[in-house]
Design a protein around this ligand. Sequence first.
Ligand code: FUB
Length: 440
Amino acid sequence: MKKVISCLTLMALSTSLAMAQDPVVSTKYTADPAPYVHGDTIYLYTTHDEDDAEGFKMFDWLLYTSTDMVNWTDHGAVASLDDFKWYEGKNGAWAEEVIERNGKWYMYCPIHGHGIGVLVSDSPYGPFRDPIGHPLVWQREHWEDIDPTILIDDDGQAYMFWGNPHLYVALLNDDMISLKSDAMRMHGTPEHYQEGPWAWKKDGKYYLGFAATCCPEGLGYAMSENPLGPYTFRGYLMAPTDRTRGNHPGIIQYKGKWYGFGLNYDLKNITVKEHKERRSVGAFNVVYRADGTIEESPYFKDVKVEQIENFNPYRPRIEAETMAWGFGLKTVKRGIEDIYVTDVDNGEYILLRGVDFGSRKISRFTASCAATTGGKIELHIDSPDGKLIGSLKVTPTGGDESFREFAGSIKNPQGVHDLYLVFKGATGKKLLNFDYWNIK
Ligand code: FUB
């Protein structure tokens, strides 16, 4: 996902103040969104299309978090195929879903052609481990066991739905890692259903979102009065158009509003026009009508997902991998929670949307960086070449992982602005690695 792109194009990729950007993640290819809300945070688990993928090339599962739906923190891969010792293949980390129950986090992972496994963790960030050592479901007579989604009903009964092209369901035991029923093929797979079910309940009604119609795929949904159906197709969350292709929904209520996630090829299309499985997660608003049916959303690029709250720049430490946009940059994970931004070239930037500087007096901008080359980080507001409000110089530290803090200056621009941390350096490429920053 690199770099044959002009500054003008980079600027055109920025949209107006405090709106979500399509796609949600710009430093990696992400697919199969599985959002989950816990406390005041939205946890967005995704699959991961490798940068050089032609067809599906998928090894691990990623996590991003946000508190405002616009600025997202990259937590890297939280689980991978290596966590399933019973699977000897190298590819096939398909559409997962993660759910918390009684303080444990359960990740349901299909491995294409090898059933659906389950992992568990004490934390949403992992580490996840396989508590059963074998697939939770594997109907060996076909390859339909993909795309699990979990619904825990008000009476505590958990259901797992999955399947392509047929829809299956099984009841889970309370331990969430064993089946209480057989895997059952649902009678009457909803009209237009393809794959990627996403189950939820609202106001006593049961919903299934799914990749609908082929091809291209849009996002459809069906409703039922009972968890086990029958589910009746009620419309599109997002219609299939020639801008869509494959798709996969994730629907969630967060801070009083409902949001949908799906996938598109918009990031790939910036640099490569021909088809490759290099997908990206996008977001949209889910708006219910009075009768519980849902309005059709425009395509991701035409949607305005507004920032829920302003970004506070006075946290003691802001991770460099927290951003609304950072096209061209990459991230590297060391250990469980240590991530830094890398592959930083001249002119690239990290964008944070809706940053509330208030009116406090500030003068110091610090950043933890490692560099063999070095360069400058400039702080601009409202566009990458907007007003310069601060900067710092990064000199070589003796190695790409020898991080140390550098100090520079900043002047408060007052009020709410989009903030661009723009990288500058005469040598052009791979100027520095960037771990975190702070202003005061
Ligand atoms: O990402 C691999 C597969 O593509 C998923 O399991 C399907 O839902 C489709 O998105």
